[in-house]
Design a protein around this ligand. Structure first.
Ligand code: DGJ
Length: 696
């Protein structure tokens, strides 16, 4: 890693990439270069200073500014849009100073409006080993009047001009169908992907990858990035006519206004981006490394859990859960999770949310009876909660109807019979911290699944007066505060982020949670596709996956296990109905998962053959030292005669000798990678092969 600056020219170098910006001759802070690290400092181009083409294509619009603010003749997507008290709605940012930041190994560049005392700090942190750059921005108002911030993006990432056009990869979807990988050209204009829902969303993810249209899984230059934010967000992918494309991203400005009072400052969430010459797979692995290293319990193996939600829905009580717990323990499960339905008045989704005490009819001795029994069986005990929500049919709502998001004169739209508690309010935050704290003290709870089963509507916050539009920000900050405080008070708890499946999956929530419940769709063949999309950004360790009864008997139990073993394994079927033979299969595969989970949860993932369009797909996980690997292959339906393609292994030590389960002949890593191997698989069959290094 190195960082240089002279003549107001900054070169941020990671191990193999470089990101360069500087002041151009007009004193504007502009982007100069982002790509492979070059041998000499003089190799990098000077800060561009394009003249503009016409009065309609002015220099302001053609200049790749490092942090463009709306104003002057800038017609592209700005990062910043501010209204000043005198009615001025343009900003004119000028360079003031730069300082090295030893904490971040990067730079802080300070800009200020030419007239108004509005300051903008651009922060850069270098993650050299991973070839990643992290950026965020801090605004400060040192004037005597408030200013209104209508957009504050975290960054714009300028890309090279691709001769072949710019291709954008992103993740689209819907409930039970999240993380669908989309690759599409960006034509002239702006492509927007966003969430306006108050959460990260099932419909889109704050992640992008850009290439020239020629990159592949294992090769080709890819620029990629993501935003660490769990609320509404926006990505603008712009292809200006005959110019270089750019991607800007940040908190969504839809219905947004942030008031910066005199003396106030605001730090926008960080975003992370990288360049790799190694294709989409290398881009994912860099993000996986980054995320894994920062999980709250980084490095700890995730326990194999059982959760009866799909089997029993709300029909839970102490006796029936104990029965399931006994079977689960006998199979080798390590963590037993009690899902929805355990609290006061909860018989269906129409009542109870908000009243976080055990239902006395279902759990007469509280949660302690079940939790203690689960512990005696040798398992940890975990619990489902949904703290941000309230059913109108609950004591909490009857006591505090004003605690939900609402507009006083409008009906409150329910979804799944529930309303959203206003986590922006300090009193709601305090109440929920104390309530969940009491719950966590009431029984030996080692795991919490934190759910959120609807998006915002009527996002009103009457008590906030003129600052109501800050709800999009303050709600999420409130969520982080409540969750963070609970995590601080209960460091033994492992948290899982869930929002009706993968509706709250982002880098920021993974500072609180170690896992994400990937999707409510647990049908294994659908999961292969969902999991592959998820893996673009997230490592296997955070991908909670259950073996359920969905798809049975067409999809064999072993196939369902193999699909779930590609992530953090859990079970969610009705164990009471599993036959002796099925339980034996489960016992065997759970034991096998325990043997290989270190490789899956901490190893490098290689997507050998995509499940997006292929009926035959494969994945490989390789231990960081290359000493062992695990290969999964899946065949859904291929008409006969079927041609199963050769698989080329990845990430092995080329000169070392490896043995692959099912093949008697050891071969060098290079041979397995170049010549590959061929597997025979029937329809709806899968295989798991371990790969061992037997000689260096
Ligand atoms: C949605 C989650 O994704 C499910 O796994 C389950 O916990 C239900 N909520 C419970 O209401």
């Amino acid at each position: 890693m190195s960082r240089h600056s002279d003549d107001h020219y900054w070169i941020l170098e990671t191990q193999t990439s470089a990101y360069v910006f500087g002041l151009n001759q007009h004193g504007r802070l502009v982007h100069a270069y982002w790509g492979p690290r070059l041998p000499r400092r003089s190799d990098y181009p000077p800060p561009p200073d394009p003249p503009g083409l016409s009065s309609f294509d002015p220099a302001d619009t053609c200049t790749p500014e490092e942090y463009p603010a709306a104003g002057g003749t800038r017609y592209g997507e700005p990062c910043l849009k501010v209204s000043f008290p005198d009615g001025a709605r343009s900003t004119d940012l000028r360079f003031i100073s730069a300082r090295q930041d030893d904490d971040t190994q990067g730079w802080v560049i300070t800009l200020r409006d030419a007239v108004y005392p509005l300051w903008v700090e651009l922060h850069y942190r270098i993650h050299s080993q991973l070839d990643l750059i992290e950026r965020w921005v801090v605004l400060r108002n040192t004037g005597p009047h408030p200013v209104t911030v209508e957009r504050v993006f975290s960054a714009v990432w300028h890309l090279p001009r691709f001769e072949t056009g710019c291709r954008l990869s992103h993740l689209a979807g819907r409930w039970a169908d999240e993380f669908r990988l989309v690759r599409e050209p960006v034509y002239d204009g702006t492509k927007i992907i966003e969430s306006r829902r108050g959460t990260t969303s099932h419909q889109a993810s704050p992640w992008f990858a850009v290439d020239s249209g020629c990159a592949a899984e294992d090769s080709g230059p890819v620029w990629f990035g993501t935003l660490a934010w769990s609320g509404s967000w926006k990505i603008c992918a712009e292809q200006p006519p005959r110019a270089a494309p750019r991607i800007s991203l940040g908190i969504n400005d839809w219905d947004f206004a942030l008031q910066l009072s005199p003396g106030e400052r605001y730090a926008a969430p960080p975003c992370l981006a990288g360049y790799t010459p190694g294709g989409f797979g290398a881009a994912s692995r860099a993000l996986h490394h980054f995320i894994r290293a920062r999980l709250p319990h980084a490095g700890a193996a995730h326990k194999i859990l059982y959760n009866s939600w799909e089997a029993t829905l709300f029909d839970v009580d102490e006796a029936s859960q104990k029965q399931l717990a006994e079977i689960a323990a006998g199979l080798g499960v390590e963590l037993f999770v009690l899902d929805d339905g355990w609290f006061r008045g909860r018989r269906s989704d129409s009542a109870g949310l908000g009243d976080w005490q055990p239902d006395p009819l279902k759990f007469p001795t509280g949660l302690g009876g079940l939790a203690g029994y689960v512990n005696q069986l040798g398992m940890d005990f975990g619990l489902w909660i949904e703290p941000e929500m309230v059913n109108p049919n609950s004591d909490l709502y009857r006591a505090h109807p004003d605690w939900v998001l609402h507009y006083p004169q409008r009906p409150r739209t329910e979804a799944r019979n529930q309303l959203v508690l206003n986590f922006a309010r300090a009193d709601v935050q305090e109440y929920m911290i104390e309530t969940i704290d009491r719950l966590l003290n009431s029984a030996p709870i080692a795991f919490i699944k934190w759910d959120m089963n609807r998006n915002f509507s009527e996002p009103g916050w009457p008590a906030a007066g003129e600052r109501q539009r800050e709800i999009w920000l303050r709600y999420v900050e409130g969520l982080y505060r409540v969750w963070g405080e609970l995590a601080h008070r209960h460091p033994q708890v492992t948290w899982q982020s869930c929002s009706g499946g993968g509706g709250r999956a982002d880098l920021a929530v993974l500072r609180l949670a170690d896992q994400i419940w990937t999707s409510d769709n647990t049908e294994a063949t659908a999961r292969l596709r969902i999991q592959e999309g998820f893996s673009q950004l997230f490592p296997a360790a955070v991908m909670e996956a259950w073996v359920t009864d969905m798809g049975a008997p067409l999809i064999p139990l072993e196939f369902r296990f193999h699909a779930a073993m590609c992530g953090s394994l859990g079970l969610g079927g009705n164990l009471l109905h599993w036959t002796g033979a099925e339980r034996e299969t489960a016992r065997r595969l759970i034991a096998q998962y325990k043997d290989i989970r270190a490789v899956i949860q901490s190893g490098d993932q290689y997507r050998l053959r995509s499940a997006q369009e292929n009926a035959f797909s494969a994945l490989q996980y390789t231990a960081p030292d290359g000493s062992e690997a695990v290969l999964f292959a899946f065949r859904t339906f291929l008409p006969e005669p079927a041609e199963i393609p050769v698989l080329h292994l990845r990430g092995l030590d080329p000169g070392a000798l490896y043995l692959v389960d099912g093949f008697s002949q050891p071969r060098s890593g290079l041979a397995w990678m170049l010549d590959g191997l061929h597997l025979e698989l029937g329809n709806f069959c899968s295989t798991l092969r371990r790969i061992y290094k037997i000689e260096d």
